[in-house]
Ligand binder design. Sequence first.
Ligand SMILES: [Zn+2]
Length: 143
Amino acid sequence: MQRGYLAKGFRDCLQRCSNWSQKGLCDGTADSETNRHLSCAVTPDSGANHAAVCKPDSEKRVIAIYSKFCESPFAQLWGICKVKTIIHECTHFTDTFNSQDHMYLDSEAGAMIFARNKPHQAISNADSIAGYIATFDGVNIAP
Ligand SMILES: [Zn+2]
């Protein structure tokens, strides 16, 4: 990936997602029905997904949070965690990276293999982009 592309996209993510409201976040008030109205996803909370965004309506910056997100660790950056999920979702907004989910990746080694084999997909893959700032084997930034 090109440094300028990443720098611009991360600036956009920070600018557009830094005022993100945590309304109902993990307090039990954001149920599947609520999330269905907040996102384009019609999939109820099956326990498999962490979060979702409504890309065509990126302007609202809504991230639907599923129960699995609430159960995940805060910042264990070598695996799935809340910090990486939020970064991942922010990269999907059309005015940030407009990323896709070509491949879900949960390790630095896996992301490197994917990037070598599918560079044209890795540059727009949400987990690949998030991994550039939040995948460090063995790192936990939680207090
Ligand atoms: Zn995604």
